[in-house]
Structures are given as structure tokens and as C-alpha cells.
Design a protein around this ligand. Sequence first.
Ligand code: NAP
Length: 248
Amino acid sequence: MLKNQVAVVTGASRGIGYGIALELASQGANLVVNYNSSAASMEQLVQTIHEQYPEVEVVAVQANVADFEQAKQLIDTAVAKFGRVDILVNNAGITKDGLLMRMSEADFDAVIDVNLKGTFNCMRHAIKPMMKQRSGRIINLSSVSGISGNAGQVNYAASKAGVIGMTKSLAREVATRNITVNAIAPGFIETEMTGQLNDAVQTTIKGQIPMQRFGQVSDIAQTVAFLSSSAANYITGQVITVDGGMTM
Ligand code: NAP
């Protein structure tokens, strides 16, 4: 259980982040949930948490995590409201896929800015309160693309490989402060991000997954809950792949 803990979840308005927020709420954590553009969906998340977990306090913050100052406001809100940040989940992410030959500079930069710099920004601001507390959990969403590469995802794979490098480096920096830093590398999870793939592509991908199916948001949310829990006290600097066996 995560009762009385304070979790910040970025990109919680849709998909995996939405599921992570609900899972952490179900375990009793108070939440600061972030969104960028999906205000209506975020309102729905806050309402659902109020209804299902009335004991949980939840605050929604609009912020573009790629912006250093907006990321600061996000973390500052958690500290102002709850006095601490126990868990930071860097989940916000985008794709702008295309073969390198045709990839624009803008599409490369946009993906790096949100996925890699956004993760840096939030960690940079959250690490101070965590150092002061002498405790903390940082969980970064990477991807199997960052481990194995994926045609059409030079920008995305670079950002997600970068997330792994940052995760391991920060894990080494703060290990003595009782702060763990880990990454989760999902395979194909059923969300809007993978819903954009056409049926033929989905069938081909499923053929490459030993379990022959996509994962569910709950598979990732429960891994986040595990890494947030005392069961994971001695785990840091790791990448947990949750992909139905795709990259073994
Ligand atoms: P999704 O359904 O497209 O949702 C993305 C979330 O990120 C939304 O809540 C969105 O908020 C938020 N976001 C995007 N840009 C943002 C920004 N600049 N600032 C703050 N929030 C921002 O994606 P998903 O499938 O749930 O993926 C979640 C994470 O898992 C991502 O990091 C993704 O790379 C990773 N992942 C997913 C899969 C998969 O199969 N789905 C596989 C591997 C890794 P708004 O809508 O409010 O803008």
C-alpha cells in the first residue's frame, strides 16, 4: 500500500499514464496528475478518483513537461500542496514516426524535447525535495524501441535509449540517499498510441511477440506500483521490460 505517499504522474490524461494514476490511487497514494492538452479527459480522471477513492487527494496540473519552467511548476505544486514528492512517474511521451530519409528536424526535436528533456526536467526539479527527504522513487517510461531500435522511430528510439542512460546515471548519483531510479520498457500496449497502427501491422507485430498479443495498460500500471512499493526497496538502475517476451 502507498497510503500517505505523494506521487506525481506526467501525461496522466490518457493511456498508460491514466492507468498508472488510477492504480496508485487504488493503493492510497495522493496524486498530482499532469496533462498537456487533454483537459476534458483529465477532468474525467479526477472525477473517477474522487468517486472510487474518496480518501485520496488529487490535484491536476496543466504543464508541457518539455518546458523547464512548466515542469518546475508541476513539481512545485506537489511540494506546496503536500510538502513532499515520494514517487515521480515520467510517463508523458509522444511519437512522430517516419523513416530517417524523410524525418524532419522538427519531428526529431519534438520527440526528444518531450520524451527525453521532459524526463530530465521533472527529475531535475523533483530530486531536491527527494534528497531533502532522503527517500524517493523515480520511474521513467522507456520503450523496447530504445533497447532494440525500430524502423521508423529513430527519434523515438533515441529518446527512449536516452531515458535509460539518464535512469542509470541518476540511480548511481542518488543511491546512498535512499532514492531509487528505474525504467520500464513496455512492448506494445493497447492505447491510442498503438491504436494508430493499421490491422496488417498489428497482426505482423503480434506474430513477433511470444505471447502473441499486445499488453494492457494495467500490466504497466502494476509494474509502476511494484517499483513504488517497499517490495522494490533494493532495486535501482534497472530497466524492467514488460513486453510479452518480445525482446528476450
Ligand atoms: P498516449 O496514449 O499517446 O498518451 C500520452 C500522454 O502523454 C497523454 O496524457 C499526453 O497528454 C501526455 N503528453 C504528451 N506530450 C506531453 C507534454 N509535452 N507534456 C505533458 N504531457 C504530455 O501514450 P501512451 O501509449 O499512454 O504512452 C505513455 C508512455 O509509455 C509514453 O512515454 C510512451 O512512449 C510509453 N510507451 C508506450 C507504449 C505503448 O505501446 N503504448 C510502448 C512503449 C512505451 P495530453 O493528451 O494532455 O496532451
